[in-house]
Design a protein around this ligand. Sequence first.
Ligand code: PEP
Ligand code: MN
Length: 337
Amino acid sequence: MIIILKETATDEQVNHVVERVEALGFSAHLSRGTYRTVIGVIGDESKIVPPQLEAIAGVAQVVPVMPAFKLASRQAHPQPTIVEVGATKIGGGNLGMIAGPCAVESAERLDSIAGAVVKAGANILRGGAFKPRTSPYSFQGLGEEGLQILRDVGKKHGVPVVTEVVDPRHVDLACEYADMLQLGARNMQNFVLLTEVGKTDKPVLLKRGMSATIKDWLMSAEYVIAQGNTNVVLCERGIKSFDSATRNLFDVAAVPQIHELSHLPVIVDPSHATGRPELIPACALAGVAAGADGVHIEVHDKPEEAMSDGPQALLPPQYAELMDQIRKVAAAVGKKI
Ligand code: PEP
Ligand code: MN
C-alpha cells in the first residue's frame, strides 16, 4: 500500500502518519520527492482499513497494491480456474454451453426443449424455478416442483442443471436438485445470499448486476470464495444504458477484462444482454471470439406460450445453427465444447 501525502503536509503530519502505520504493526518507508512525499507501507495490507489512513490530516490518497478482490484476483492464482459442473468443464479452454428456457413451465415443455438443445451440443441445462420478476404479479416460477422437473429432465438427457436461487432460505433446497446455483443480476450484491452459496460446494454462476462495475462484480465473487467455495463462473449479461434499442448493453470488453484481472471463468449471456433474438447470434460469437468460457442462451420451442422472457428466446433450430457457428469460432480461438 502506498500513502501519498498532500503537497501542503507538514513534517509533523508526515511523522504522525509514520507513527500510525508503525503502531498498526507495519513498517513505513518514507520517500521525499521535490513536491510530494510518499510512504510505502510494508505488510499484509488486508489488515489495514484504508479510510482510517485517508482520514489522517495531510494524507491525499491511499493506493492499495493488491486488488481488494484478492482471492478472485489473477495475482493470487495465475492459472485459470476450471469449474466442473457434473461432467462439464468451464474455463481453461473448455466452453460451458448453458441453454434452456427462462423458466421451468412443465415437464413436457422442458423435456422437448432439453432434447433439442442437448442434441445441438448444450452441456448444461438451465431453467428457473424461482423467478426474480420486476412485478409481483408476474409468474414467479414453480418452486420445488420446478426443481424436481429440472433435475429429472437433466438426468434423462444426461446433462447437469443450473437454476437460480433468489432467497437464502432456498439454498439448501436448490442444492438437493441442482448441479450449479445461479445468482441473478438483481441479486449480485445480495451479500447474505452470496455468503450462503459460498458455504455450499456447488458451482456458482454469478451474473453481473445490471449497474455493477467490473470491480463490484469481482467483489461479489470474493464473497463466495471467502466462504471456501472457489467454483465461481462469472456471467456477463449486459448492463443498463441510456439506449432502449436493446434490453441491456452487452459489454463484450468485460470478458478480456475479467481474464486480465481474475482467474475465474467468464461466460456471456447474449439473451438477457440484448433481449432480441436477431442480435443474439452475433453477440454470442463475439463473446466466444473475445475469449468467453461459455455461452448462456435462452431457448424455447413455443415462445408465444412462454411464461417469461419469450420474446428473447431462440427457437431450437436457431440454437442448433448458432451452435454450428460457435464451434467454428471456438476452434479458431483454441477452445473446445
Ligand atoms: C435469467 O437467467 O433468467 C435471469 C433472470 O437473468 P438475469 O439475472 O441476468 O436478469
Ligand atoms: Mn430469463
